[in-house]
Each structure stands twice: as C-alpha cells, then as structure tokens.
Design a protein around this ligand. Structure first.
Ligand code: ZN
Ligand code: ZN
Length: 437
C-alpha cells in the first residue's frame, strides 16, 4: 500500500509538470478535508508578503504547489462525513448532475444578421443554496425571492450547470465570461469545488471569473471580500480563474452595503493580488465613480478592467475609453430595451416575456442601434457584447437564450462590418490577452 502511494505520488508530480495549461488535479481537494480544515489548505501556498513588488517570480512559485502539499493530500485518509457534510456534498452533486439536453437545432437567421462567433461577456452563474443544510425540506416551499422578484435561481435546486451548458449550446454562444459566486463563509469550499469541476467538464463553454461577494446585504457590509480572504479563495485552485468580478461597486438597494469607490482602501489592497494572479477585473461602477475609476486605471496600467452599467453616461464611457487603453466597456442592454421587458416579466411568465420580446423585436434592435452603434464604432477594439443573465430561473432557459442571441445577431448585423466580429467575440479574447480561439 505504502509503495503504491509513493509510485502514485511520483506519477502525480510528473503529470503536473507536464500539464501547464490545465488546472492541476491536486487541487481537487477532498470535500471532507476542505471542510474540516479550510485554512490549512491554503497555508501550504506561499503567502504574499510584498504585493507591490514585481510579482513575476511569485507567480512562478504559486503555479507549482509544494511537494509537501501534494503528498499530504494523497496520504490524507478517508474521513467519514458527518450528516451535515453529506448534505453539502449532496448539494455539490446536485449542482453538477447531468440532465438531458435535446439535440441542438441549427438556427437560421436573415442574411443581414451577424452569423459569426459570439462570446457573452456577462453570464451570472447561480450559487448553490446557502441556508443550513438541514433546512432543505422546509425551503422546498420557501425558495427565496430573487433580486428582481420571483424564485431565485439556485444551482442544484432549480437549475443545474448541465442545463446552463445545454442552453449555451443551443443558443450558439461560443464562450461566456461566467461569474462564479464564492461567499465569505463555510460554503466557499463547496462553491469552489463546483467551479473547479465545472471548468473540468466544460472548459470551452466558460471563462471563469471569481465573484467573491462580501456581506453586501448588510448596511455596514462590502460588495466584495477583503484581499486576505480573496487570496485564500484563489489559492485553493491556483490558476482556475481568469477574472475577478462582477463586483458591483454601487450602493445596494434595500439597506445593503454602501457604495465602494474603485480607489477605496479595500480595493487598493486587492489590485496587487489581481495582478499577481493575472486576472481581469469586471466592475459595475456606482454613481460618480468616473474620476476615482480613472485614477485606478492610471495606477494599474497592467491590469485589464472591464466595466458596465448605466451609472456613467455614454459620453463619460466614451471619455474613459479615450483616456485609457487598459479598459473595456460591456454592453448588455439588449434584454428588451433598457432591460424593461426583463424586469416586467422576471419571476413571472417566460412565455409572456418571449411574446413581448417578439412583438417589440425591431424596436429593441433599433433602440440598441441608436444608443450604442456610434460608441462601438468609435472604439472598435474596446466594447464587448454581453447578456447579463442571472437571478430568474427562466433566464437560463433555451428559448430565452435563443431570443437574446437573435437580438444580438440582428443588432450586430447593423454595425459596420469591420467591427462586427470585434464586438461579437474578438474584443473578449483581446481583453483576456488571448489570441484567436
Ligand atoms: Zn452589473
Ligand atoms: Zn451582472
């Protein structure tokens, strides 16, 4: 037995050194180990002492976990799960469970539509439920309300990763910037395990962003965790994430956390970590954040920032794009003309939403053209397409995905042909520093 473990360890280390692109298998930390000793898991990685220094050396160090860590992982004996751990494991399994995906039908569009590749740069992935595991039975009849009303989408509860993947295949988006929630609580180990397995299962469907929300439902809370917590989260599966966000820096409605300006101390401590981990940043700015955002863009020329939202006027967005090269703007305004259709039907009827979107289809597209065409064409390399799905269960439905893509293809078809592919997917690759995929 001892011998087998040693042979396996050697093979394991060898395989690791051969697979620079993939997330190393040693990161697949057994659930029971993560759950019982979450902080120990990360203590084996180098701690970040001087974040402001050039971190290229540290990056290298961080890419290869120590032998001590690998050996310890492999030798950890099986631990019997407590009933609570079993319930959490069940949630992880439910989130990742397979579902039937009907055969993908080829879509036909009018010839003046854009027919090329599409990357949705704004896809929210729901979390698993965060209530205590033993409350599942009670919550069957009390699923929490989503932010815009109606039952909240919860992974493994009313939607699964396999269903989201199925929708993506059917709608025909090539890739998606996926915002994976990770909370500052015990649940984070399970969330991270799910996201790691999701990326192993669907490496081409998603570009993973860590959406490390803080306690933003509290009046004294924050929209994101602090740097120390983020560092621990990122260390569990090094190199898993390509981005950090979406982080909403605006003040939360209903007595939640106040605004967090982009140059706030909490974020200033986070930027070196972003740089060290080679992440892109996705912000939803708050009102009046233009100046302090520009200051941060200036201070961090090597970090790529993406922002979206209507807190800045289109003129202000134009100004930011003019003044800085390390920033992109995401447009996700096609959900039904300033999102009003979505908000009208979210939590209610999908069929009514689709009927209304079909009825107003041309005006939705024309509104998009009048609002955005000139900005996109003025900054052909710096504006990204996205949907901003999240919250409502039917958001992840195939028919709704097809409608979003149809609107997008009609809209992009009205842009200057020279910028169509850029807006549709090439700028998304560029923002992440990738070449053609
Ligand atoms: Zn947003
Ligand atoms: Zn969003």
């Amino acid at each position: 037995m001892q011998k087998e473990v040693i042979i396996f360890s050697v093979l394991f280390i060898f395989l690791l050194s051969c697979a620079p692109q993939s997330v190393p298998p040693e990161k697949d930390i057994p659930l029971e180990q993560v759950n019982s000793q979450p902080s120990e898991t990360v203590q084996n990685f180098p701690t970040q002492k001087s974040q402001s220094q050039d971190t290229s050396k540290n990056e290298e160090t961080n890419k290869t976990p120590s032998k001590e860590f690998q050996t310890k992982e492999i030798l950890t004996p099986e631990i019997t799960l407590t009933p609570e751990q079993k319930l959490w494991k069940q949630r992880v399994d439910n989130a990742l469970a397979p579902t039937f995906c009907p055969p993908v039908e080829k879509q036909t569009y009018p010839e003046n539509y854009y027919l090329g590749k599409l990357t949705d740069t704004h896809l929210h992935i729901p979390s698993i439920p965060d209530w205590p595991a033993d409350e599942d039975a009670q919550m069957k009849t009390e699923t929490p309300e989503g932010r815009f009303g109606g039952p909240q989408a919860l992974l493994g509860w009313n939607v699964k990763i396999s269903e989201i993947s199925c929708t993506i295949q059917h709608e025909g988006t090539h890739n998606n910037f996926a915002f994976f929630p990770v909370y500052d609580e015990e649940i984070s180990a399970y969330q991270l395990e799910i996201w790691n397995k999701t990326m192993q299962q669907y490496p081409d469907a998603f570009t993973p962003f860590i959406m490390s929300s803080g306690n933003d439902d509290e009046p004294n809370g924050f929209p994101t965790v602090d740097a120390k917590t983020l560092q621990k989260m990122l260390a569990v599966y090094p190199r898993l994430f390509s981005g950090y966000g979406e982080i909403g820096l605006y003040a939360r409605e209903n007595g939640g956390s106040p605004e967090l300006p982009p140059d706030a101390a909490r974020l200033q401590e986070i930027y070196p970590l972003i740089r060290k981990n080679n992440l892109a940043v996705y912000f939803h700015l708050g009102d009046g954040h233009k100046d302090n955002f520009e200051k941060v863009l200036e201070q961090n020329p090597k970090i790529t920032f993406i922002f979206h939202g209507d807190q800045l006027s289109i003129d202000e967005v134009d100004d930011v794009l003019n003044n800085h090269q390390n920033v992109y703007y995401g447009i996700d305004d096609f959900f039904g003309g300033a999102r009003d259709l979505f908000e009208m039907f979210v939590g209610k009827s999908k069929e009514k939403y689709l009927a209304a979107a079909n009825q107003r289809f041309n005006s939705i597209v024309e509104q998009g053209v009048s609002d955005w065409k000139s900005l996109i064409e003025k900054h052909p390399d710096r504006v990204l397409w996205g949907i901003d799905r999240g919250d409502a269960v039917w958001n992840y439905d195939i028919d709704v995905g097809l409608m979003q893509v149809k609107i997008a293809r009609a809209f992009i078809g009205k842009l200057n042909p020279a910028v169509q592919e850029k807006f549709a997917y090439k700028n998304a690759l560029r923002a992440l520093g990738d070449g053609e995929k």
